[in-house]
Design a protein around this ligand. Structure first.
Ligand SMILES: Cc1cc2nc3c(=O)[nH]c(=O)nc-3n(C[C@H](O)[C@H](O)[C@H](O)COP(=O)(O)O)c2cc1C
Length: 185
């Protein structure tokens, strides 16, 4: 069954390791017949959540702030799968991704009980460190997030050992893992 996949790319590096993971994931997903839409958040004008809790009044434009989140909302609302793609920054996701994700609260505000739309979720992450303990904080964040949102984890690629942009091109197994995950959606 063809599905719609919304990728939120939190890497500021246009040809960084995260982007390579996204390219291969997309290749696999498109080969399987899925539709993929990727938002490169660094190139977009997205402001931090104001915490005003005054959104959710217009389903086409749920947030009080009118910026490039307007492009993401309609894709996010109808997508079957959300891909969180990010470099590891201080044992977490990048600010670009966190900023955009916080703004998705405006979609939950469309319902009386702040119910988030149910999704499957994927995590693609590039990092310099490669130990289990290096990824533990992100694993805890991702598990907590998906569990509280009621989202199903469809797969994770932790691509450690990558510091400079393009380092991952020397690690074909990590890229194959991303492509296989895309194909498996
Ligand atoms: C501000 C900053 C913080 C970082 N923090 C971590 C970290 O906590 N753990 C880690 O393993 N790598 C860390 N790194 C390394 C990046 O995760 C790594 O370079 C990654 O491959 C970048 O992905 P990109 O090429 O998509 O930008 C950090 C890099 C930067 C610039």
């Amino acid at each position: 069954m063809s599905r719609t996949i919304c990728i939120l790319n939190g890497s500021p590096r246009a040809n960084g390791n995260t982007k390579e993971l996204i390219r291969r994931f997309t290749k696999g997903a498109e080969a399987a017949g899925h539709e993929v839409v990727c938002f490169d958040l660094q190139k977009m004008d997205i402001h931090g959540c104001l915490g005003c809790c005054k959104g959710g009044k217009d389903e086409n434009s749920p947030c009080v702030q009118k910026d490039d989140m307007e492009r993401i909302y309609p894709v996010y609302r109808t997508a079957d799968v959300i891909v969180l793609a990010s470099p590891m920054y201080y044992w977490g996701i990048s600010g670009q991704l966190k900023t955009a994700f916080d703004r998705l609260f405006a979609v939950a505000e469309l319902t009386p009980d702040y119910e988030n739309p149910k999704k499957e979720c994927v995590l693609l992450m590039a990092a310099e460190g490669e130990t289990e303990s290096n990824f533990a904080p992100v694993r805890a964040f991702y598990e907590g997030l998906t569990s509280h949102l009621g989202w199903k984890n469809a797969g994770i690629v932790y691509a450690g050992g990558n510091m400079e942009a393009g380092d991952i091109l020397g690690k074909p197994s990590q890229l194959e893992e991303a492509e296989e995950l895309g194909r498996s959606i």
